[in-house]
Design a protein around this ligand. Structure first.
Ligand SMILES: NC(=O)c1ccc[n+]([C@@H]2O[C@H](COP(=O)([O-])OP(=O)(O)OC[C@H]3O[C@@H](n4cnc5c(N)ncnc54)[C@H](OP(=O)(O)O)[C@@H]3O)[C@@H](O)[C@H]2O)c1
Length: 309
């Protein structure tokens, strides 16, 4: 593969969902030679304005140097990969960014190895808004030479990548990260409802928390949702449940007890069981309020998301 100078490789992109759209848009706006494909074709059309091409058939991407994939679950990845690899032409490298299991990732590695295609597992941290703010991060595993070739493109999509070694190690890192996400949002909802029931406005409590050592990019960018009850979806409860399940599976595989994760998974399941599936996962706040016997109202306060700087 030629040495990448940001724009000289031909890139393909599978999956123009909430995440895939923003990631692909950054590559297109950066001047990359990019062809995208999405199952629901119309979602990809706005990328034409940024210089991307839209493929009619998934297998058109097989002629590219690097094909990125950002779909939902391992079953979805498997389906799109089967279609990508169904013809004679093969891409030189696949960079798979969806949050999938260790086993799925290992199966994909062996399928691609048989066809002499390099493979990087490259899941991400951040939502669509984080990508827009240029703060997406990747955790990557696979052959180091493949990482070096893909790195300039990963850099264009966010604020950097962490190479953690060979094989599927990046999947474990991502699973640990999302287990933390689930546990933190549940805890944040608990303490926000506690603070409010004790008498203080949510915006005042979260202002304190977010300025403190316990504040993080995540707690800051979730503050507007928790204060104003804007549950426009960034990540669905079902996708989070999938990640907690992946964490619990990994805990079983490596004999690591994960009691806090188990409890959080059950709380999330209660919410999903009540039909709360279409809004953001931070609707855990509403569940917590209900369990605490209070009804929340939007505070209609302008609260920064901390992503501007
Ligand atoms: N949202 C977040 O904050 C976030 C953060 C980090 C990681 N992730 C992970 O990133 C991945 C994508 O998340 P998202 O929020 O972008 O999800 P999304 O908005 O639901 O997008 C999913 C994408 O996958 C495509 N897709 C799903 N199943 C498919 C199949 N069987 N065949 C072909 N295409 C298929 C969808 O196509 P259609 O448009 O046709 O439905 C869509 O383009 C997930 O693994 C998620 O866990 C999400």
């Amino acid at each position: 593969m030629p040495t990448p100078t940001k724009k000289n490789l031909k890139l393909g992109w599978i999956g123009i969902g909430r995440m895939g759209y923003e990631m692909a848009a950054r590559l297109a706006k950066g001047g990359c030679d990019l062809t995208v494909w999405n199952r629901t074709a119309e979602k990809a059309q706005p990328l034409l304005a940024h210089g991307a091409r839209v493929a009619k058939q998934l297998k058109e991407l097989a002629s590219k140097d690097i094909v990125f994939c950002m779909v939902s679950t391992w079953d979805d990845v498997k389906q799109v990969m089967e279609r990508l690899l169904s013809g004679a032409e093969k891409p030189r490298m696949v960079v798979e960014c969806s949050s999938i299991s260790l086993e799925g990732s290992a199966e994909l590695r062996s399928i691609l190895k048989e066809q002499k295609i390099q493979y990087l597992a490259a899941p991400v941290s951040g939502n669509a808004k984080v990508i827009k703010a240029g703060k997406l991060t990747f955790v990557v595993s696979g052959p180091k030479a493949a990482y070096d070739a893909a790195k300039p493109y990963l850099d264009m999509m966010g604020s950097g990548s962490s190479y953690v070694g060979e094989g599927e190690l990046a999947r474990i890192a991502k699973i640990c990260h999302n287990v933390h996400l689930g546990v933190v949002i549940q805890s944040l909802c608990e303490i926000t409802v506690l603070a409010q029931k004790a008498g203080m406005p949510r915006h005042a409590f979260l202002d304190f928390l977010n300025k403190s050592v316990m504040g993080s990019m995540f707690t800051r960018y979730k503050a507007p949702a928790l204060v104003n009850l804007d549950f426009h979806v960034t990540f669905t409860p079902k996708l989070l449940r999938k990640d907690l399940d992946l964490g619990l599976d990994a805990g079983r595989e490596f004999d690591v007890p994960m009691p806090v994760t188990s409890l959080t998974r059950d709380l999330l399941q209660q919410m999903i069981g009540q039909g709360m599936t279409e809004q953001d996962f931070s609707t855990l706040l509403l569940m917590q309020a209900k369990a605490s016997g209070i009804e929340l109202k939007p505070e209609n306060k302008e609260v920064g998301d901390g992503l501007a700087s």
